[in-house]
Design a protein around this ligand. Sequence first.
Ligand code: DX5
Ligand code: ZN
Length: 217
Amino acid sequence: MIILSPSILSADFTVLGQQITEADKAGAEYIHIDVMDGTFVPSISYGMPVIKSIRKVTDKVFDVHLMITDPIRYIKDFVDSGADLITFHLEATSNPQAVIDEIHKYGKKAGLSIKPGTSAHELIPYLDKVEMILIMTVEPGFGGQKLIPETMDKIRKTRQMLDEKGLSTDLEVDGGISCDNLKEVIDAGANVIVAGSSIFKGNITENIDNFKAIIGR
Ligand code: DX5
Ligand code: ZN
């Protein structure tokens, strides 16, 4: 099952609720919410009050992508705001297992992400500890970038490692995904697809329909 997770980072924030409703109705399974702290990544995006507010407009899975340093400090706040699945960066903490445990303590799903410069091997100790792995296909921090071609091998490698361990862990990709490379990332082994600018720029319903046509539904 291929899951579509539109990233609201590229939405029009003056009508954010309406755009999320449109993405929901058009068939997105998840809503991807990028939280940036200005330290782990150069940008600052949005946090708990925004998540709490948009929780009222959709029942879809809130796929919260934390690009923040020392994420353990804020797990409870994101749970209380309405996060269903919380992904943090391996590079952002000295104790990834403690962050995973903290997310699981509240009954939420945990995701672990690596930046383009981090090797897939670093994921090995955690492959069977999380519900999702997120392979960043651009440097985190900004929407609208081009997919870094070298990350395709990492998607393949990660899917292979999961298969070898007999794990059905979700494999998410994020950054520069469009209808032009969607098939390629799915063939490489990704099953949760994040897309920001290619969904929220232009007609949201049409864009999601185009994605769905490639996915085959
Ligand atoms: C980037 C974020 C992405 C971003 C993707 O750091 O993690 O989720 O919104 O945007 P596009 O799909 O435009 O590359
Ligand atoms: Zn993201």
